[in-house]
Design a protein around this ligand. Structure first.
Ligand code: GUN
Length: 302
């Protein structure tokens, strides 16, 4: 008997990421209030280089959400011509500023800037993206470090839906540094059996059929159809793909939602599934970063 059959779905659950994100933001507000009682106002600095329209929207949303939950936010916008040296100097300044708890450099960066050099310059304790190698390594060792927002949000959705994930077989489709790889580490931490497949995998559909849980993070519109899934799988769709259909712009996931819906036990829609969780967990990480820095300052002062 599959472990997943313990979760007997009488009907299909459409996982409401908006509602869960709202709940996470309430938790953040509560944590912000507790920090404020200790004289700390969590602060997030967001850095944007260049004029990419999508990045501008993402940054605006992050800053607005921070203000909503009582997190102070600083926004630094630079022209695309900014040199790497100047950007690194800005990061050094934010690292040294004790009133700043989280630093996020919006990606992608212009081509003349070495992304890795920039991400490695951020103080790991302020790395609210969880992209610094110290945090990546810490996560793979199962330590309590800052972890990437999107996969961390996916784990929350899975645990809210299924409870304990122990022993479930999760298939992660995609091996990006932002989602796929940290997702694997987070699922292992939850005691899942994990298979990771990618564009060069053979028998992709067959491998996906092993999954009690399937996490799709490939960036290919509607790639995962019913032939990829076992009956009653729980599907997390991380894809956000803009397509043109019948003359209209549409946002679709990596999963063919209408095709798989009859056979899943639970699924995240696009939009309204994983998307809202990313920003909510950025806020959660900012508070976590403030707590880490406060604990460290306290332990070194006694
Ligand atoms: N660009 C697209 N997604 C992300 C993200 O999660 N963090 C940052 N810093 N930039 C991004």
């Amino acid at each position: 008997m599959s472990l997943l059959s313990q979760f007997t779905a009488s009907e299909i659950t459409v996982i409401d990421g908006k509602a869960t994100a709202a709940q996470v933001l309430e938790e953040v507000k509560h944590d912000v209030a507790a920090l404020q009682q200790q004289g700390i106002t969590p602060c997030l600095a967001v850095v944007l280089v260049g004029e990419d329209p999508a990045s501008q929207v993402y940054v605006r949303n992050k800053v607005e959400k921070a203000l909503m939950v009582g997190i102070r936010s600083l926004e630094f916008r630079f022209p695309a011509e900014l040199s790497q040296t100047e950007l690194l100097a800005k990061i050094d300044e934010l690292n040294a500023d004790q009133s700043v708890h989280g630093i996020l450099v919006q990606l992608p960066l212009p081509k003349h800037i070495d992304e890795t050099a920039v991400l490695e310059r951020i103080d790991p304790k302020k790395d609210v993206d969880g992209f610094h190698s110290e945090n990546v390594g810490g996560l793979s060792q199962g330590r309590d470090v800052l972890t990437p927002c999107t996969p961390t949000g996916c784990i929350r959705l899975l645990k809210d839906t299924l409870g304990d994930l122990t022993g479930l077989h999760a298939v992660v489709v995609g091996r990006s540094n932002i989602v796929g790889k940290p997702m694997v580490a987070l699922l292992l931490k939850e005691n899942c059996t994990v298979t990771v497949v990618h564009s060069k995998s053979q028998d992709l559909a067959q491998l996906c059929q092993l999954g009690d849980i399937v996490v799709a993070a490939v960036g290919r519109p509607r790639m995962i159809n019913a032939s990829y899934l076992k009956t009653n799988a729980v599907v997390i769709d991380v894809g956000i793909n803009r397509i043109q259909e019948n003359g209209k712009n549409r946002l679709v996931g990596d999963v063919d939602y209408d095709d798989v819906l009859p056979m899943v036990s639970a699924i995240t829609p696009v939009p309204g599934g994983v998307g809202p969780m990313t920003i909510a967990y950025l806020m959660k990480n900012t508070v976590h970063a403030a707590q880490l820095q406060h604990a460290q300052a306290h332990s070194t002062s006694v």
